[in-house]
Write a protein of this length. Structure first.
Length: 166
């Protein structure tokens, strides 16, 4: 909203969570995650991680760290050019189909000998063609509602895990 323009997302999310539950304990980090600093994020106990990183190298490094250290997580794959919210799936990344980001992540994880054990949320649908006629549109866009739907599904998965229902 206009009231939060210029405010880091981590601060907005933290304030919102504290509005809902004033007793919540949040360990927030306002940093850009990179392959070089992933390990520094986990100096204390973590109950669950929702990965929603777009940067491929950082995403792979985070997934590798979480997988290797058996930290519970779910990884959000790409919403770019997806259209159908009902095509959303949660499964192991080894079973994902149609998602270009998941394909790239699978390949990079295989190079690290990680073939399964990576829960992810993705859209199981053929992607719309990139109709951008302009040369200055380098990244494919997402419909406004698709990342939110993906995030809510990831949050639901996390909650189920935390209450022992996964």
């Amino acid at each position: 909203s206009d009231s939060t323009v210029g405010t880091p997302k981590v601060d907005v999310a933290c304030h919102r969570a504290q509005d809902i539950n004033p007793d919540i304990i949040i360990h927030k980090h306002h940093i850009q995650i990179t392959p070089d600093n992933v390990e520094t994020l986990f100096q204390s106990h973590v109950d669950f991680v929702i990965d929603a990183i777009d940067d491929v190298a950082a995403k792979v490094a985070l997934i590798e760290y979480l997988h290797t250290h058996t930290i519970p997580f779910i990884s959000c794959m790409g919403a770019a050019r997806a259209f159908d919210p009902l095509s959303l799936r949660i499964s192991d990344i080894s079973k994902s189909q149609y998602c270009p980001l998941a394909r790239v992540i699978r390949k990079r994880l295989k190079e690290r000998e990680i073939y399964k054990g990576v829960p992810c949320v993705y859209f199981h649908e053929e992607r719309l063609s990139n109709r951008a006629d302009s040369d200055n549109m380098s990244l494919p866009g997402s419909l406004s509602y698709m990342p939110g739907i993906m995030g809510l599904a990831a949050a639901g998965f996390a909650i189920k895990h935390l209450i022992g229902n996964v």
